[in-house]
Write a protein that binds this ligand. Structure first.
Ligand SMILES: Nc1ncnc2c1ncn2[C@@H]1O[C@H](COP(=O)(O)OP(=O)(O)O)[C@@H](O)[C@H]1O
Ligand SMILES: [Mg+2]
Length: 316
């Protein structure tokens, strides 16, 4: 049974512009499963629909169409059970200013009906670097510390499925490392993790599988390693003096004097260098780097721009 199952999920919001009653689709027929024990990444630019999808999963927003289950429990029909299985760290910093950190965690425990939870609460405080803030009032905490409390709150009932919506956006390096160490440990211990992030290197380092979302549609869904393999593995970057012949320029990304060729292997790199030399173009600087998820992301995002409705026509 999948940990999370999105089945043809669509979400229409009232359109900001246009005639009264007009809607736009923030999510358009999104379907994929996340298996138990996975560390899964949901990537996409701002406005892609990541938070909307997570709000539907958490039962905070209703899907216009489709169905979502958590370990087999429908998030609408079986809300309480589904919610108990989830630990959701929201993108927005929301907190209750009246309590101190330990009180906030005890209240959250009570909300989930977990009693005598102090040992786990202590472990959370320790693992998230909050131990010396246990008695501090929530409103005295810095943004980064509040973020840690949000994570602790989401995990207070030891949920089997952990969901983090851009938990490290605008957060210091130290917290990122603390957080990832802890979440990776929970994942090794069997917890399923769904993470949305802007930091592609984070997704590359942590996620076994990745879905890419663009304007509400899934445009890629693959193992991280396959996604990286599918893209050209290297980038040859030249600084040139002169102009490339049109056939060469067509194969490159040209920004003024900087020219970048995507290449799969050393042979291809040699080929480009030879062609440039033959064309009589002077090379002032050479750099070869490995493609990373960022390159793949740009690749996928730009190649799906023009292809809507024309995928089958291409290459025919
Ligand atoms: N409550 C809402 N009402 C109307 N439009 C919304 C609402 N929430 C989000 N949107 C719109 O839906 C789209 C997806 O937003 P969101 O899910 O927040 O994307 P992401 O988290 O990927 O940045 C955006 O165009 C956003 O403006
Ligand atoms: Mg968001």
């Amino acid at each position: 049974m999948p940990a999370i199952s999105f089945q043809s999920v669509s979400k229409a919001y009232p359109a900001a512009r246009g005639p009264k009653g007009a809607t736009f689709l923030a999510l358009d027929d999104v379907s994929f499963n996340i298996e138990e024990g996975e560390f899964f990444g949901l990537l996409g630019p701002n406005g892609a629909g990541k938070t909307t999808l997570i709000s539907i999963l958490a039962g905070l927003t209703r899907a216009s169409q489709g169905r979502v289950t958590v370990l087999g429990h429908d998030v609408q029909a079986d809300y309480a059970q589904a919610r108990r299985l989830l630990g959701v760290v929201p993108q927005e910093l929301v907190f209750d200013p009246f309590f101190n950190v330990r009180e906030a965690l005890r209240i959250q425990s009570g909300y989930f009906g977990v009693k005598n939870n102090d040992a786990w609460i202590d472990e959370l405080l320790e693992s998230l670097g909050l131990a010396d803030k246990a008695n501090a009032n929530m409103r005295q905490l810095s943004g980064g510390m509040k973020r840690r409390v949000l994570v602790a709150q989401a995990l207070v009932h030891k949920p089997p499925v952990i969901v983090l919506d851009e938990p490290t956006a605008g957060v210091d390096v130290e917290l990122r490392q603390t957080l990832w160490q802890f979440i990776a440990r929970l994942n090794r211990e069997g917890h399923t993790v769904l993470l949305t992030t802007h930091y592609l290197e984070e997704a590359e380092a942590l996620c076994g599988r990745i879905a890419m979302l663009k304007t509400g549609k899934v445009v890629a869904l693959e193992r991280t390693s396959e996604l990286l393999k599918a893209a050209s593995s290297h980038v040859l970057r030249l600084k040139i003096d002169g102009e490339l012949p049109a056939d060469l320029a067509a194969q490159a990304r040209v920004t003024g004097r900087i020219v970048q060729f995507p290449a799969h292997d050393a042979r291809e790199i040699e080929g480009y260098l030879a062609a440039v030399r033959e064309a009589g173009v002077v090379v002032d600087d050479v750099e070869i780097s490995k493609a990373d998820l960022e390159d793949v992301f740009l690749d996928v995002m730009s190649s799906t721009n023009a292809s809507a409705g024309s995928e089958t026509a291409e290459g025919a």
